[in-house]
Ligand binder design. Structure first.
Ligand SMILES: NC(=O)c1ccc[n+]([C@@H]2O[C@H](COP(=O)([O-])OP(=O)(O)OC[C@H]3O[C@@H](n4cnc5c(N)ncnc54)[C@H](O)[C@@H]3O)[C@@H](O)[C@H]2O)c1
Ligand SMILES: N[C@H](CO)Cc1c[nH]c[nH+]1
Ligand SMILES: [Zn+2]
Length: 446
């Protein structure tokens, strides 16, 4: 874990340390690099791997999807066995732990309640001379949801994608999820899909899944929009196919940034940092504090808690590569740096977090005070856990019902309303040199 003091560096130097590389410039760690070499027979960047996979799926459809699923994930399918069957779903559900199922149901209810709170509605307004203007809100017809499944299974991500899609009124929800080497999908993922109303499920992950959804294959239907989180390969693939289908955002490797003062409990800070570090070696965990005492304690706590984590490899690597503690002169400087970072998750572990909230400008989700740990939002509270990463919280929003809807303008003028403005419309059309535009108004006799 790196540790820096803001008083020893200029703002530019701190910014450089905190700045995340653009997604297409992300450098893979040694393990992932070696895996790419083994799979593709040459050294390629993540961007090059994704370009190759996306192009192949676009040109070869199923053939490429099956080839990459076998090559990368080790699962052997035919076009006929790529889709999860009803029998697979039923037997998965029959075998799951009933307490976990009950927790999933409770989580789904919370997610639904939160997302149903503000569903965008069509609206109309009247103007002079009986003109009516408005905006029509329409759910998308068919969406593709990506559910990650490389290092862990994510039934919670099924709910976070599919529940808002269903609340929006999307008719067809197509889910993709990586299979294990035997070609199976985690049973809780299937149970969550049934709970949330997913229409069809395909056992394919990574860039090949995203490309299949964007272009369609002989088996996998082309969708209008692709949503959901994933690792660097998934995120780059979403970026690459944007325009063939819409995407929700770039929701890549997880991030947590904690702004804490001397009142924070170092055990909580360390636990929350590790909670995101365990997602991915590329995940990032940052503490920014005005208390040098807290910084020292958190550093030690992270080591202590890491030592007893059952699956510590990923978290340890992530903390080593992307763990950072910054000690600032005051808490406002900490917030300034947090805004610069625009993290996926921001925790405010300070005496009065609501006093700081107005100063926060860029974060995917904000967790307030000692009893709102980030994993509460991952699983249960109700707000969505699909969030922008890599600094893109500066301009992307959290996944929500609106993500699954589009807005269309409605313009309904009467003859009198048109007559009242026609000379001005004609003038503007003529100023642009567009005579046919002007004529379309003039021909109506005004
Ligand atoms: N931002 C968010 O909202 C959010 C939410 C949940 C999870 N996440 C992130 O999702 C990610 C989940 O990652 P994951 O790996 O467990 O699952 P994943 O499903 O995202 O990725 C697994 C797939 O990646 C592909 N892949 C793996 N190594 C490859 C290689 N060397 N070359 C080509 N393709 C390769 C494989 O096809 C595999 O199916 C983590 O980074 C986690 O932090 C983000
Ligand atoms: N923290 C992840 C978002 O970055 C979401 C998640 C799902 N399961 C556990 N965590
Ligand atoms: Zn998480």
């Amino acid at each position: 874990m790196k540790r820096i003091y803001s008083s020893c560096l200029s703002k530019e130097e701190i910014a450089e340390i905190m700045e995340k590389p653009a997604f297409d410039k992300v450098v893979l760690g040694a393990g992932a690099k070696a895996k790419v070499k083994e799979l593709f027979g040459e050294e390629l960047s993540a961007q090059q791997v994704v370009e190759r996979i996306v192009e192949d799926v676009r040109n070869q459809g199923n053939e490429a999807v099956l080839k990459y699923t076998k090559l990368i994930d080790g699962a052997n399918f035919t076009a006929d066995t790529l889709e999860v069957t009803q029998d697979e779903i039923d037997s998965a559900i029959a075998g799951v732990d009933k307490e976990v199922l009950a927790a999933l149901e409770a989580a789904a209810a919370n997610v639904k309640k939160f997302h149903a709170e503000k569903v965008p509605e069509s609206w109309f307004t009247e103007r002079e001379h009986g003109a009516i203007l408005g905006q029509k809100c329409t759910p998308l017809d068919r969406v593709g949801i990506y559910v990650p499944g490389g290092t862990a299974a994510y039934p919670s991500s099924v709910l976070m994608n599919a529940v808002p899609a269903a609340v929006a009124g999307v008719q067809e929800i197509i889910m993709v999820v990586p299979p294990d080497r035997e070609g199976r999908v985690n049973p809780y993922v299937l149970a969550a899909a049934k709970l949330a109303g997913v229409t069809r499920i395909f056992k394919v992950g990574g860039a090949q899944a995203v490309a299949a959804l964007a272009f369609g294959t002989e088996t996998i239907p082309k969708v209008d929009k692709i949503t959901g989180p994933g690792n660097i390969f998934v995120t780059l693939a979403k970026k690459a196919v944007y325009g063939h289908a819409d995407i929700d955002m770039l929701a890549g490797p997880s991030e947590i940034l904690i702004v804490a003062d001397s009142t924070a409990d170092p055990r909580y800070v360390a636990a929350d940092m590790l909670s995101q570090a365990e997602h991915d070696v590329l995940a990032s965990s940052i503490l920014i504090t005005d208390s040098a005492d807290l910084a020292g304690k958190v550093d030690k706590e992270v080591e202590r808690q890491l030592a007893v984590l059952p699956r510590k490899d990923i978290a340890a690597q992530s903390i080593e590569d992307n763990g950072l503690i910054i000690i600032t002169k005051d808490i406002f400087e900490a917030i300034e740096l947090a805004n610069f970072s625009a993290p996926e998750h921001l925790e405010l572990l300070t005496a009065e977090p609501f006093k700081l909230l107005p100063y926060v400008r860029h974060a995917g989700a904000i967790f307030m005070g000692p009893y709102s740990p980030e994993p509460l939002g991952d699983y249960f509270a109700g707000p969505n856990h699909v969030l922008p990463t890599g600094g893109t919280a500066r301009f992307y929003s959290v996944l929500n019902v609106e993500t699954f809807m589009k807005k269309t303008s409605v313009i309904a003028y009467t003859q009198e309303a048109l007559a009242a403005v026609s000379s001005q419309v004609i003038k503007l059309a003529e100023a642009e040199g567009l005579a046919a535009h002007a004529n379309a108004v003039r021909v109506r006799g005004n």
